[in-house]
Write a protein that binds this ligand. Structure first.
Ligand code: NDP
Length: 385
């Protein structure tokens, strides 16, 4: 029996994790669940799973959570510190499924416990990769990647012989606008941008997939997690989302991981690792799928790919600025304050305007993140004006 804490339990990844955990009550016991503000979903999940603790990051929602859980015996808490303290409880497995850099400190708190931390929440690895990896090295924590591409690479990568890897090939569906011209993309609505053709995900990552910033963030995430040179990580378009990524070896062998486009497959791989557990999805029907297509991505229509590659190569504060500006721009787009193409433009502009020295400790990363957000906010205001 393993104890599990889910940070971001009410989101898309959090709910997929709950679905798997709840199917195996003899294997997993829920210790704690956290959310931002969704008291209803959080309370329902806490009651269903008999969680020990439920936490809302927004303290203003704590009274509602207390009422929803009155008489259940489930502990309640509110506020960002409470989320961090909950990550600190020492669960055997912690799922990091908060969206954005808001997940950084909770994930670090979990890593410091030295147990197993499953990382779906990619933004902390992008912004503070060195800090996160150093914390894991110090505590001895095991990091397991749940992002489908990185989980695929993890399953194919020979960790004992990284020098034998020639290339990592990150596959990308291309998102809903993969065949659209720049002109067509200029006028896309929020509804169009969040309607991913293959995956059902939270709003922020859906927009990231539409701009292809998601693939840019994943490029940086892959560089953090796997010891290969940056130029050995390639992105290719694979519109069916059947192959989730590949590892090519020096002898010409390429290993690929295939599966249905459902996050429960990579999450299950992490929850059961190094074992396997059953998932409810139908097996892949390759005959019905019929063909697997591959194309080169278009960095002109999707400038986020270029921006992310440049940020990775430059290192230092650049990935943190890229990520922070993107979080602000995506939020502004979701709020209908800026147009779709302005997302990448704001990220690029923030990177041009702000070039601080490389951050060292966590506090430096947080300061860079905060300042980049201020600058990106200014650009949002300029776009609205
Ligand atoms: P969702 O938006 O669906 O869920 C986000 C979760 O984080 C919710 O539980 C939300 O709570 C909580 N949350 C939001 N803001 C805060 C905050 N400031 N403090 C604490 N908690 C917060 O996101 P996804 O599940 O789609 O994505 C989660 C992460 O996983 C992202 O980093 C994403 O890039 C990554 N990922 C997602 C995939 C997917 O298929 N969805 C695939 C691969 C990676 P509330 O519900 O109360 O708002």
């Amino acid at each position: 029996m393993k104890t599990v804490t889910i940070l971001g339990a009410t989101g898309s990844v959090g709910r997929s994790t709950l679905d798997l955990v709840e199917r195996e009550p003899d294997a997993f016991q829920v210790l704690a669940l956290t959310a931002h503000r969704d008291v209803t979903k959080l309370a329902e999940a806490a009651i269903r799973t008999k969680a020990k603790r439920a936490v809302v990051a927004d303290e203003a929602c704590l009274d509602a959570l207390r009422s929803a859980l009155a008489g259940t015996g489930i502990e309640t808490a509110g506020g960002e510190q409470a989320v961090r303290d909950t990550a600190d409880l020492g669960a055997d497995l912690t799922m990091g499924a908060i969206v954005g850099c808001a997940g950084l400190e909770p994930v670090l708190a979990a890593i410091e416990q030295g147990r197993t931390v499953i990382i779906a929440n990619k933004e902390p690895l992008v912004s503070a990769g060195e800090v996160v990896l150093a914390a894991a090295a110090r505590s001895g924590a095991t990091l397991l990647p749940a992002d489908s591409e990185h989980n695929a690479i993890f399953q194919c990568f020979d960790v004992a012989r990284p020098g034998r890897v020639r290339r990592i090939i990150l596959t990308a569906s291309g998102g809903p606008f993969r065949d659209w011209s720049l002109d067509q993309m200029r006028g896309v609505s929020v509804e169009q941008a969040v309607a991913h053709p293959n995956w059902s995900m939270g709003a922020k990552i859906s927009v990231d997939s539409a701009t292809m910033m998601n693939k840019g963030l994943e490029l940086i995430e892959a560089a953090r997690l796997f010891p290969v040179p940056h130029d050995a990580i390639e992105i290719i378009l694979h519109r069916q989302s059947v192959i989730h990524s590949m590892v090519e070896y020096v002898d010409g062998s390429t290993l690929a991981q295939l599966g249905p486009p459902d996050m429960r497959v990579p999450i299950a791989s992490c929850l059961a690792w190094p074992d396997r557990m059953a998932t409810p999805m139908a097996p892949l029907d390759l005959v019905r799928i019929g063909r697997l297509d591959f194309e080169a991505p278009d960095a002109v229509r999707f400038p986020a790919l270029r921006l992310a590659r440049e940020a990775l190569d430059a290192g230092g504060a650049r990935p943190a600025i890229l990520n922070a500006a993107n979080e602000i721009a995506v939020a502004a787009f979701l709020d209908r304050r800026i147009g779709f193409l302005e997302i990448a433009a704001i990220v690029e502009d923030t990177l041009i305007r702000y070039d601080p020295p490389a951050p060292g400790a966590l506090a430096d990363v947080l300061a860079v993140d905060a300042e980049a957000r201020v600058i990106a906010h200014e650009r949002v205001k300029d776009c609205v004006a």
